[in-house]
Design a protein around this ligand. Structure first.
Ligand code: SF4
Length: 275
């Protein structure tokens, strides 16, 4: 069988991903249309590396080292501090601005937009990647299995879920729980920055490499970001694994707990005694 050149191969994979995003997973072969292939190669976005089949099925940067594939924009400047008494209204203003959003392609598959959950005056904020199926159904972040693990992590820190604030990089569920495409993350994340500026937590925990990438404005391996405090928009940013990743690889829970203990130290918290 004749092999395809790189540009055509990338264009084909991009088209396959597009169809998968629409829910089409069954494909059959047709005679090659040379003109169509040439057009697709022209339209294809430049990639750092060829897309592999594994990437199509990977939803997390922890095991998907090349996504997001494009540099993302620099995070906007932090806004002025909002008085604690005004934070509920300020967050509602952001929610109103989002509205029934169609700014990116993710709107097409959503049931419920997932804005945030928790205390607008929280000292601790968690940022994840995007809603999954349970979150999309309920309109709340981290309510599925990964959410249960996050709840356990919060409890282990001596806090209640209602005492923290939780949001995601994108507010609508990516199809098949895939990693948000760069244009989706770039379009939605300004709302997250506004939420962070209103809540202005003392400590911000990025759950997974996608959250870390969009918050820090650059793509770096998670291993190089964990285990330390990053100065970020007037808060302390700590990077750890996404709970969904910990469910897939529970051996990393110990490492995640070490990261959370850094957050606890910054917050002056002590772990509750085990009953
Ligand atoms: Fe709008 Fe964000 Fe949903 Fe995209 S993911 S449609 S930008 S709310």
């Amino acid at each position: 069988m004749a092999s395809l050149d790189r540009a055509t191969s990338e264009a084909l994979w991009a088209r396959v991903r597009f169809y998968r995003d629409l829910g089409l997973t069954e494909f059959y072969r047709r005679p090659v249309d040379a003109a169509l292939l040439a057009q697709m190669a022209t339209e294809a976005e430049p990639l750092d590396e060829p897309v592999t089949s594994d990437e199509l099925h990977s939803s997390n940067l922890e095991d998907n080292p090349i996504a997001p594939r494009k540099p993302i924009f620099a995070p906007p400047q932090a806004a002025a501090e909002v008085a604690a008494s005004d934070r509920v209204a300020a967050l509602q203003l952001i929610r109103d601005d989002i509205g029934d959003c169609t700014r990116c392609a993710l709107h097409a598959g959503r049931n419920k937009l997932v804005f945030a959950d928790g205390d607008p005056n929280a000292r601790l904020m968690f940022v994840g990647e995007g809603p999954g199926a349970d979150e999309d159904a309920q309109g709340l972040p981290f309510v599925g299995k990964a959410g249960q693990l996050l709840n356990n992590m919060i409890t282990a820190m001596g806090l209640k879920r209602e005492e923290v604030y939780i949001a995601n990089v994108v507010k609508c569920r990516p199809p098949g729980n895939r990693t948000p495409e760069p244009d989706e993350g770039n379009t939605c994340s300004p709302f997250l920055f506004r939420q962070i500026d209103v809540v202005r937590p003392q400590v911000l925990v990025a759950l997974g490499a996608t959250a870390a990438t969009y918050l820090l404005g650059s793509r770096q391996p998670l291993a190089g970001l964990r285990g330390r405090v990053h100065a970020f928009r007037g808060t302390q940013l700590i990077v750890t694994y996404h709970p969904a990743y910990l469910l897939r690889d529970p051996r990393q829970k110990k490492e995640a707990w070490a990261d959370l203990q850094i957050a606890m130290r910054e917050l002056g918290l002590k772990a509750p005694a085990k009953s």
